[in-house]
Design a binder for this molecule. Structure first.
Ligand code: IPE
Ligand code: IPE
Ligand code: MG
Length: 251
């Protein structure tokens, strides 16, 4: 039975995803970890397309954390190359679909080639009006808050602001993604139940959804399941995956 009450306003506005489990997925098949990262790209594609079809306003994908530099150099190198390749091949598709791409994180540590790809991709899509796709790369929630703190401290030092005038609102304005709605649904794959220094401030009230499946297996149906769970938690009524699918098709 269709529930007539379900409307797009009940969906999450901003979904954040910790794409975890690539390495374990590959290992389970006797393949090297990087095989998992390569296969994770298809899951990214499916997730972006399903979210856009649903009419989600923003999606933030955790691709590389500030702590991931500690991984073996070779794996980091493959991840960087993959990032460049994906930026080159996928950005045109995003642009064609009117999506806006942004990279959030401390990109200063990336090589010139990657930094220039990022700049090109952001410039190409900046005037698009559809869903915002944030890729969190060399991102850390603590880094984000530290940068905002530095910016505010600089204003205080310059005499433009009194320390007593600092409010939660002002801190929010100095964080990345301050122009987007707060994250209302956070998804983490692979069964780990941690935030791993992802957005801390922006997820203060997010519903946290943990699924045991590994990232390369995540697809449109997995997203529908997570969104169905969210709608039922938030609105406390028995919505079904079919209703979410119907909304997707009506877009
Ligand atoms: C997530 O998969 C991708 C990145 C962190 C880049 P992992 O590489 O963390 O895979 P597991 O957790 O080791 O299985
Ligand atoms: C978090 O996954 C970061 C990304 C998905 C990019 P990790 O697999 O690196 O997290 P930990 O280290 O297990 O917490
Ligand atoms: Mg992991």
């Amino acid at each position: 039975m269709q529930n007539p009450q379900l409307s797009p306003e009940q969906l999450p506005q901003h979904i954040a995803i910790i794409m975890d489990g690539n390495g374990r997925w590959a290992k389970a098949q006797g393949k090297p970890r990087v095989f998992g990262h390569k296969n994770g790209v298809a899951a990214v594609r499916k997730t972006i397309s399903a979210s856009a079809k649903l009419g989600i306003k923003a999606i933030t994908l955790f691709a590389f954390s500030s702590e991931n530099w500690r991984r073996p150099e070779e794996e980091v190198g493959v991840l960087m190359e993959l990032f460049i390749t994906v930026l080159t091949t996928e950005v045109k598709k995003l642009h064609k679909n009117n999506l806006r791409l942004r990279v959030i994180g401390d990109t200063a540590r990336f090589n010139d080639r990657l930094r220039s790809k990022i700049a090109q991709a952001e410039a190409l899509t900046e005037n698009n009006t559809g869903m915002v796709v944030n890729i969190a790369a060399n991102y850390g929630g603590k880094w984000d808050i530290t940068e905002a703190t530095k910016a505010l401290a600089a204003k205080v030092a310059a005499g433009e602001l009194q320390a007593s005038e600092i409010t939660e609102e002002l801190i929010t304005q100095h964080l990345t993604m301050s122009d987007l709605p707060e994250v209302d649904l956070m998804i983490r794959t692979s069964g780990e139940c941690r935030i791993s220094n992802f957005m801390l401030w922006q997820m203060a009230y997010a519903e946290l959804y943990f699924t045991p499946i590994y990232w390369p297996e995540f697809d449109e149906n997995s997203l529908i399941e997570a969104v169905t769970w969210f709608v039922n938690r938030e609105r406390r009524f028995g919505c079904t995956g079919e209703q979410i699918k119907a909304l997707m098709e009506s877009e």
